[in-house]
Design a protein around this ligand. Structure first.
Ligand code: DHB
Ligand code: FE
Length: 283
């Protein structure tokens, strides 16, 4: 049976891709962010995942405002990447896991989630930057299942719906009859607002509340509406929805293995969190 080994959530700021390209990891500005990753990579070496489910939001590369699915799941044999305008490097195509993708799609549709299925899909900085952070040597040793959440054009799915989708994905993975180690990578957030009167808005208090709730009480986040999150976390802070889906995928109880919180990288409160389902080895 497939086994969910844990989850890594990280901010996905495009400038990180630029810093990697320029080798600025030890630069004073970048060091506090990049320092989060050696322990996360050691954890990944313990876990040795076969597949990564990547919960992220597309930023106008694969879907634009004319057609924007609320939830889209990739079922492609491979995923190319492209730069949607930041001037950062792309990465070589990443292997897909179409059989697992279809099992997840079948599972969530049977639970009445109406998802868009993508047999061709490009990934943007929200997937490529985290993959580069986790496997800096290139060629991630995992196949991926991208799950794209609309955090861009309102109406967005509620935190409650996102947690429920994650839980449905959890059940589909747990029922998948192939021996696979699966990790969940979610990306985006935490608080940030890129434009408008509150550009630069960051809310460390709410970010900490979210990080704590993701460990011990994810239901707490379902008490917020999308409008509440925009107010508390900024217009792009709603990318926390990706983290909430991921938390649902991890199952009932988790233990926090790692947390880094650093303000700011570019315009964003940059956070990294590793959660591991309770009762698993690798402790
Ligand atoms: C930034 C953050 C994002 O989440 C994003 O998608 C683009 C830019 C930033 O802080 O620069
Ligand atoms: Fe973003």
């Amino acid at each position: 049976m497939a086994r969910i080994a844990g989850g890594i959530s990280t901010s996905h700021i495009p400038a990180i891709g630029g810093a990697i390209a320029k080798g600025l990891q030890q630069d004073a500005y970048w060091k506090p962010f990049f320092e989060a990753f050696p322990p996360v990579r050691s954890w990944l070496k313990e876990v040795r995942p076969d597949v990564a489910i990547i919960v992220y939001n597309d930023h106008g590369l694969n879907f634009f405002l004319d057609k924007l699915p609320t939830f889209a799941i990739g079922a492609a044999p491979s995923y190319g990447s492209s730069d949607e305008g930041w001037g950062i490097p792309t990465i070589p195509p990443v292997r897909g896991a179409p059989e697992l993708s279809w099992a997840i799609i079948e599972g969530v549709v049977a639970e009445e989630f109406d998802v868009t299925t993508c047999q061709e899909m490009l990934i943007d900085h929200a997937a490529t930057v985290p993959l580069q952070l986790l496997w800096p040597e290139g060629n991630p040793p995992v196949a991926i299942v991208p799950v794209a959440v609309n955090t861009v054009q309102h109406p967005l799915p509620s935190p409650k719906r996102c947690l429920a989708l994650g839980r449905a994905i959890h059940r589909a993975v747990a029922a998948y009859p192939v021996d696979l180690n699966v990790v969940v990578i979610s990306t985006g957030g935490l608080s940030h607002q890129l434009d408008g009167q509150r550009a630069g808005f960051i809310n460390p208090e709410f970010d900490r509340l979210c990080l704590d709730a993701l460990v011990a009480d994810p239901e707490r986040l379902t008490g917020y509406s999308v409008a509440d999150i925009v107010e508390l976390s900024g217009t792009q802070g709603v990318e926390i929805l990706n983290w909430i889906v991921a938390r649902g995928i991890l199952g009932a109880q988790v233990r926090e293995r790692h947390r880094t919180y650093h303000i700011p990288i570019s315009n964003t409160a940059a956070a990294v969190q590793v959660l591991q389902p309770e009762g698993l080895k690798n402790s």
